[in-house]
Design a protein around this ligand. Sequence first.
Ligand code: 9WO
Length: 233
Amino acid sequence: MLQIDIITLFPEMFSGPFSNSIIGRAVQSGLVSIELHQLRDFAHDRHRTVDDEPFGGGPGMVLKSEPLLEAVQHVTKLRGSKPHTVLLSPQGTPLTHSRIASLGELDSLLLVCGHYEGVDQRFINEAVDEEISIGDYVLTGGELPAMVLMDAVTRLRPGVLGDEQSAELDTFAPGLDGLLQGPVYTRPSDLDGQKVPGVLLSGDHAQIERWRREQAVKRTQERRPELLEDWPR
Ligand code: 9WO
């Protein structure tokens, strides 16, 4: 069972992915447990302040250390020890399939969603094990990246996907050697004159395998040539 704790100012944002989809089903069947923690509950002044102006000036606000540290302490007590703690931020290490696979082997994960112009560095120094980025763009907060990470980690857990093979044949998963997936088709075999490649209808599985491999290499060459630089891995 994978325990995911999330510290956020916007817990409502997470209700969609949890009630629907494959994650929802994984939660229902007890394969994953997700607990949300409202950061504001760990601010104790009259206005429940979680942010403040940046030292040195500049626009916007910075998330204060103390509420974040208290929230992490709270989760640590709940779980008996401090979970592996991830801050989602554009300054993080780019997320890869192999990182997701490693995170998926943990029993307990704590995701911290930042906001405003950033998070006080001393909280990061004190409590964050790694900063992860899901891409080179700035969002309004770490919630959507946290959901992306959760989705990617959850679907690798045994029993979450109906078909165990689906996870293995993924783009970037070992089964395809880090190539992009080629085109896939379903019925009808002729869509307004666009026909499904004949080889897929041939029943010749060796030839189909070869064709899929070719298509994967071709597409990777066209769209992500940098992936072929250290390929085959
Ligand atoms: C906001 C900002 C505004 C002006 C100049 C620089 C700035 N940087 C930021 C910023 O990084 N804000 C973050 C908002 C603070 C942490 C949470 N936020 C966030 C996380 N936005 N985007 C992400 C994110 C996380 C993981 N992968 C991609 C993006």
